[in-house]
Design a binder for this molecule. Structure first.
Ligand code: RB5
Length: 147
């Protein structure tokens, strides 16, 4: 899968580890930064950059990491067409895709560690949108809000 990954200083080290693993798993990973640790960088810059990669169709999914995952989620959801959420468990990560067509997974690197993050990411990437009538009806209501 083609995946964009981004993180601020709060998520920098976890991003480095996840990007390495995702590439080893055979994914095509676009790492939009931060490319070096900078305690003064801002999560919206990375969330927006990642969101735009999904919007322009160059990638299928995004993973944005900050300290809590909250800022990354709030920023990502400002962009039309982005359905982002913080998930720190596998159930939410897969159901978020299956029912809600979530396309950006947000992770808080100060909340979960590498091993759990890997399980959450696996659940996110291995899931696909159900397209079920009730799910689509709900999704359409959200799409209406954006227009
Ligand atoms: C940065 O210190 C931190 O506030 C940020 O990474 C994130 O946790 C915000 O939600």
């Amino acid at each position: 899968m083609r995946i964009v990954v981004g993180a601020d200083h709060g998520g920098f080290h976890l991003k480095q580890d996840l990007v390495k693993w995702l590439k080893e798993e055979g994914h095509i990973v676009e790492d939009i930064g931060a490319h070096e640790y900078d305690q003064y960088d801002d999560y919206p810059d990375f969330a927006i950059k990642a969101a735009n990669k999904i919007k322009d169709g160059s990638v299928n999914r995004g993973i944005v990491i900050c300290g809590s995952g909250v800022g990354a989620s709030i920023a990502s959801n400002k962009i039309k067409g982005i359905r982002a959420s913080v998930c720190h468990d596998s159930y939410s990560a897969s159901q978020g895709v299956e029912h809600d067509d979530m396309n950006v997974l947000c992770i808080g690197a100060r909340v979960i560690g590498y091993e759990l993050a890997r399980l959450v990411v696996e659940s996110f990437l291995n899931s696909s949108y159900s397209g079920g009538e009730r799910h689509q009806r709900r999704l359409d209501k959200l799409i209406d809000l954006e227009s």
